[in-house]
Design a protein around this ligand. Structure first.
Ligand code: UD1
Length: 366
């Protein structure tokens, strides 16, 4: 029997932990041959290579090396490069994950070559069309043949948009699979001792959304609030390249380095970062995935955004949307123990990859 060829599109930091469990699960199947396509949207060693190492991923089968650029440049670059791959070495299926530019670019490219596309983490909606990710989600879901969703709200969104019910399969949250696969190593990681941090006696910050870090005044006042917050409890801040560029451009690095409770560093690998989060008192972030990981770990999450495409983390989990003005009061509440306990949503259980494999197998002729 000929093995079914499957391209898994990896591209940017949040995608690697979505691709890894699925790659490992598909690799163990006799009927298929999974291949990793790295578009190169993230390329710094600490934004890419360290995740491949931490998650035991092999070198990509195809490296497109597209790199940074405007949205049009990056999206177009991925489409042109990926089309060449598909034309020379045709695949039977393309699996895209998440909502980054490469997700949409590869979905469009494959679909126009009549290659079936499956989207893992389908159906999430922020209803905020100023977010590039919302556009990527809408386009990708509109053309995908299978929509693997993480939560009931995602199913409902797709049904309201007119997606045929037969295309929607609730599989759960794939990132929890990564956490569970790596749990032993995460728990044993020495990062807390290395940084001399008290267990559950510090906060973690991540920031990279254009709405928070691209504008000088917004970033400046946000950094001032974070410096204030660091006087209440030590804060660890691994800085994303986009944010570091802005901090350099607006000359904010000195103020941050002078703040004694604020530890600024490079982006971290998956294992150390998840260890840091799992032993923290709270997380301040504008990330998508961290809202979910903190809900799973029952760690309070203060999300610096006015909306979220992951509302289940608000209704069931430990997440709350905050702004610069409400951040300090919320930290105070967490420290006083006034915070909700999260419940884990259904199917956020470490077995999402096997549900995806089962669903895909049903689409492939025996
Ligand atoms: C991208 C995703 C976002 C995701 C985020 C996680 C889109 C539209 N955005 O945003 O959804 O949450 O990744 O990190 O797809 N840079 C480097 N080294 C790298 C990568 C980027 O220095 O390895 C710099 C470049 O100057 C680049 C900037 O960071 O212009 C932003 O990178 P980009 O991939 O465009 O967007 P992110 O902000 O990372």
């Amino acid at each position: 029997m000929r093995r079914v060829k499957i391209h898994l599109i990896a591209a940017a930091r949040p995608n690697f932990m979505k691709v890894a469990p699925l790659y490992h699960a598909l690799k163990g199947e006799k009927w298929c041959c999974p291949m990793i396509v790295h578009t190169g949207q993230h390329y710094d060693p600490e934004m890419s290579d360290s995740f491949f190492a931490d998650l035991n991923l092999p070198q990509p089968d195809f490296s497109l090396e597209v790199g940074s650029g405007t949205h049009a440049e990056q999206t177009a670059g991925v489409m042109v490069a990926y089309e060449k791959v598909c034309l020379t070495q045709r695949t039977d299926w393309v699996i895209v994950v998440g909502d980054v530019n490469s997700t949409m670019a590869c979905a469009i490219t494959a679909k126009k070559l009549c290659i079936p596309v499956a989207h893992l983490e389908a159906g999430l909606r922020s209803r905020d069309m100023s977010m590039p990710e919302e556009i990527n989600r809408l386009v990708t879901d509109a053309i995908s043949d299978i929509l693997w969703t993480p939560s009931p709200d995602a199913d409902e969104n797709l049904l309201k948009e007119g997606v045929a019910p037969g295309k929607i399969v609730r599989v759960g949250n794939i990132m929890i699979d990564s956490y569970e696969i790596m749990r032993e190593q995460i728990e044993a990681d020495p990062i807390i001792e290395t940084l001399k941090l008290p267990h559950h006696g510090y906060g973690v910050i991540t920031l990279h959304r254009p709405v928070n870090v691209d504008d000088e005044n917004t970033l400046k006042s946000l950094i001032n609030v974070l410096i204030e917050a660091s006087k209440i409890m030590p804060l660890i801040f691994p800085v994303h390249p986009r944010t570091r560029h802005s901090m350099e451009k607006y000359k904010l690095l000195d103020a941050v380095n002078d703040a004694t409770g604020l530890y600024v560093g490079e982006p971290m690998g998956y294992i150390s970062f998840m260890c840091l989060v799992s032993k923290s008192k709270f997380v301040i972030s504008d990330s998508g995935g961290i809202q979910e990981e903190t809900t799973y770990l029952n760690i309070p999450c203060l999300t610096l955004r006015s909306n979220t495409e992951r509302p289940i983390t608000l209704t069931h989990g430990t997440n709350k949307l905050v702004d610069q003005h409400t951040l300090l009061d919320n930290i105070d509440n967490i420290i006083k123990g006034k915070w909700k306990h999260g419940a884990r949503p259904d199917f956020w259980d470490g077995h999402t990859a096997s549900r995806v494999v089962k669903s895909l197998r049903m689409m492939v002729p025996k």
